[in-house]
Design a protein around this ligand. Structure first.
Ligand code: ADP
Ligand code: MG
Ligand code: MG
Length: 482
């Protein structure tokens, strides 16, 4: 795709105008951060989601590679989740210094003690990659196993880009077929609906665990809308049975939730078949003991959890780093080709106990990223802060190093882009991160779903280290295959 910065001013204005109208009419929206109610009450104070005006070029070969990896990662997560000892041992040092991870591990231990088995296992993951400019390698940033966001809005962004390209085909000289159709939201909804079917209680609902305030609620509502409207998933005595969804915060679940003797989770009188977490991944989601009680209650129940506590733990940065050690993948996957494919996308990952790496990171901090066991963006340490943090750990001689991992810093291709935010566009140079969704469902030994399930491109100004979409640095994007 040629340089979007060279699009002439008249055309640019038309594109921006059309993009804003299209987004508003098609639900490509988020709550307006200037208005507090917008995160609580749907339908008030919406603003178009921050987006790239046009899709970002991405090599087709790397795109295919990333899609091919999804089912392998899905399988890997499942296998690792079954090895409770591996999870506990790998995170044992982290547990001593990281309260949040420690609480998750406590719930996990309780389940191990109870010998709790999850027969129906549902994973809705997103594996994120950057394309390393120098080596041209597709390298994994991380694998999200909880609250993988934007499956809803990413589909709408792809449609926006296809629509703009179709309308301005001649002027832009682009082909909308090069923007892959994005089916993330339907595939996720379908996997969730199938999990609900496997649970086999037509009166039970799907529970969305949400934060009290959520400006990204429309991304979630896209999901429940498709679930509610598209699927009469069962026909009983000639009557179609639709899936109902309920949204509750952890505090509400704590107040209203009960376990029946057979393990059924009942919230406010309603049985729950599947629990889908869009909260619960950050310490701030657990301000009091009530929220932790809610998490434990759900884990003890027979409902299908997306994710279970073990799936959640598999997605930690520490486990990512442990899996990258020599001979570890082989413990979980039998197929050698699969192992080789995964390993090819692993960047350098180290524990801070590796003294040569620790030293090198102090000398050349710009080549590393330091990561704690956190999700949701904005938690990593970059550049000279890495040096300072490491020197401090060295001085203090505590075990606090176990809270972090070190990762090779990836330097992706920088490309010109046009970002659209709050109704205005601006030109900048940007880097992109491609997320590939993966859906996995099994019931005991039967794998019912294992597929790649759409994509999310996020583009951020190249001067920003991190910057999530919500934080205001990155925008939602799609890809143009080259
Ligand atoms: P989180 O779970 O909080 O999203 P990530 O590991 O995805 O944590 O890091 C957040 C962001 O930091 C990424 O979206 C990416 O922009 C940047 N980042 C993370 N790891 C690297 C890396 N190794 N090299 C360059 N940038 C990185
Ligand atoms: Mg993450
Ligand atoms: Mg991330």
């Amino acid at each position: 795709m040629s340089d979007p910065h060279r699009i002439d001013q008249d055309l640019l204005q038309k594109l921006v105008y059309d993009a804003l109208v299209w987004s508003s009419l098609h639900g490509l929206v988020v709550g307006d951060r200037n208005i507090q109610r917008s995160g609580v009450v749907p339908g008030v104070s919406m603003v178009h989601a921050p987006v790239a005006l046009l899709p970002t070029s991405f090599p087709e070969s790397h795109w295919k590679q990333a899609c091919e990896l999804a089912p392998i990662f899905n399988e890997l997560v499942d296998r690792v989740s079954l090895d409770g000892k591996f999870l506990q041992d790998s995170l044992s040092r982290t547990k001593e210094v990281d309260d949040f991870t420690s609480r998750l591990l406590d719930i996990h231990s309780k389940m191990l003690q109870m010998n709790k088995k999850e027969d129906i296992r549902l994973g809705l993951h997103r594996s994120d990659y950057m394309l390393d400019e120098q080596t041209k390698l597709l390298l994994q940033i991380e694998l999200n196993t909880i609250s993988s966001s934007f499956a809803g809005l990413s589909c709408v962004v792809s449609e926006l880009h296809r629509s703009l390209i179709n309308t301005y085909k001649k002027q832009l000289g682009l082909d909308s077929n090069k923007v892959p159709i994005n089916t993330a939201v339907t595939q996720f909804a379908e996997a969730l609906a199938r999990a609900w079917t496997e649970y086999n209680n037509p009166r039970a609902a799907v529970l969305f665990v949400v934060q009290h305030e959520e400006r990204n609620m429309y991304d979630q509502h896209w999901f429940s809308l498709i679930l509610n409207e598209k699927y009469p998933f069962l026909i009983i005595r000639l009557r179609p049975i639709y899936i109902t969804t309920v949204r509750k915060t952890l505090a509400e679940i704590s107040a209203q939730g009960k376990l029946q003797p057979d393990g059924t989770l009942v919230i406010d009188g309603e049985a729950i078949a599947v629990i889908y977490f869009r909260a619960g991944y950050a310490p701030t989601d657990y301000p009091t003991e009530s929220e932790w009680r809610a998490r434990l209650l759900m884990e003890q129940s027979s409902a299908v959890k997306c994710p279970s506590i073990s799936y959640h733990l598999v997605g930690t940065k520490k486990i990512q780093q442990e899996l990258a050690k020599p001979d570890v993948l082989e413990r979980f996957l039998d197929n050698k080709d699969d192992v080789a494919k995964l390993r090819k996308c692993f960047a350098g990952l180290w524990s801070l106990e590796e003294s040569n790496i620790f030293k090198d990171a102090i000398e050349r901090p710009e080549l590393y990223v330091m990561k704690p066991q956190r999700e949701g963006g904005g938690n990593n340490i970059y550049g000279y802060d890495v040096r300072e943090a490491l020197l401090r750990l060295q001085r203090e001689e505590t075990n606090e190093d176990a809270a972090y991992i070190l990762m090779q810093r990836i330097f992706p291709v920088v490309a010109p882009t046009i970002l659209l935010r709050d109704g205005s566009c601006h030109k900048d140079s940007a880097v992109s991160e491609l997320g590939i969704y993966g859906a996995y469902l099994r019931n005991k030994e039967h794998v019912l779903v294992n597929e790649h399930a759409g994509y999310l491109m996020r583009t951020k100004v190249s001067s920003s280290n991190e910057g999530g979409v919500a934080a205001g640095f990155a925008v939602l994007d799609s890809i143009y295959l080259t």
